[in-house]
Design a protein around this ligand. Structure first.
Ligand code: SME
Length: 288
């Protein structure tokens, strides 16, 4: 994915002035600059747009439908009643994320329903400007999943698929410093392939480390600060946070995706969702 639209709707031109306790003190220009900087860091080009007019937003989406590969949209109050905007998102057939600065579920009744939510691949609310950055990351992940599906459909062998998955993840997200796949062999996790510095932990018993704990618990684990987690087995002294997502079907674990970052508290629900989709694809080849 290269090209992204960021669409802001009604009243967002007054960002920074309008109810700052709800919407923050940054202006729309500052928000757009932050989104562009972040997206550029992921290798994306961004076109931003704001309008207080429903039709103008629709025109902008239509006009850019062949250039764009994804949409981040905060339609403001149009979110709650604009079927025309909903249809516009559907009609251009682009993945979109419905973003709201405030938590629309904690406010007036009329804000609790988004008519565009179900034509979007994700909704992010209540995270302020950070929500837009997470939306950008999620669109990158969604694109990665589609590319991995396409790669798998060409019927490469198991190792080619595992290598490709690690390569795609490491390339898509600069914050992923170390990406590896462990496979479960009886009661040990064995490092199959990775990108990053060599790890001393090429075999990890189930129950040991964060990796072993995730197999034991049959659940993804996010560690925001590895130094504060006594289970953590150090791979690099620079690592600050880690996410581990099991590759499993029912209660049976086949392996896991393990990712380290040199940045603290960097993994969130969006990373977990993308990695779980990735694990589902890998499951098809590992459980064969
Ligand atoms: N940190 C992991 C060990 C694997 S290395 O990070 C690659 C753990 O605690 O299980």
């Amino acid at each position: 994915m290269k090209n992204l639209l960021v669409v802001h709707g009604a009243n967002l031109n007054l960002l920074g002035e309008r109810e700052p306790e709800l919407y923050g003190t940054s202006s729309l220009d500052e928000l757009n600059a932050a989104i562009k900087k972040f997206a550029n860091g992921l290798g994306l080009e961004v076109k931003t747009f704001q309008s207080n007019h429903e039709g103008a937003m629709i025109d902008f989406i239509h006009e850019n439908r062949r250039w764009a590969e994804g949409i981040v949209i905060n339609a403001g109050a149009f979110t709650h009643y604009s079927y025309a905007l909903r249809d516009a998102i559907l009609s251009v057939n682009l993945p979109a994320v419905d973003v709201h600065l405030s938590d629309i579920y904690q406010r007036e009744e009329f804000r609790r329903h988004s008519v565009i939510k179900d034509v979007c691949i994700k909704q992010i609310v209540g995270l302020g400007s950070q929500g837009y950055l997470r939306a950008v990351e999620f669109l990158v992940g969604n694109d990665l999943i589609n590319s991995l599906k396409k790669f798998i459909s060409r019927r490469p062998n198991r190792d080619q698929i595992l290598n490709k998955a690690v390569e795609m993840l490491k390339t898509a997200y600069p914050k992923y410093t170390w990406v590896g796949i462990y496979l479960l062999e009886s009661d040990e996790l064995v490092l199959h392939n990775y990108l990053g510095k060599p790890s001393p932990h090429t075999r990890i018993p189930v129950g040991k480390g964060i990796c072993g704990a995730a197999v034991h618990e049959r659940a993804a684990i996010i560690v925001p600060d590895v130094k504060a987690d006594p289970r953590y087995l150090a791979c690099s002294l620079d690592t600050r946070s880690e996410i581990v997502v099991p590759i499993m079907s029912g209660q049976r674990v086949y392996g896991e995706i393990d990712i380290d970052s040199d940045l603290a508290d960097i993994f969130h629900e969006g990373d977990q969702q993308i990695l779980e989709k990735c694990a589902e694809l890998l499951l098809e080849v590992l459980s064969f």
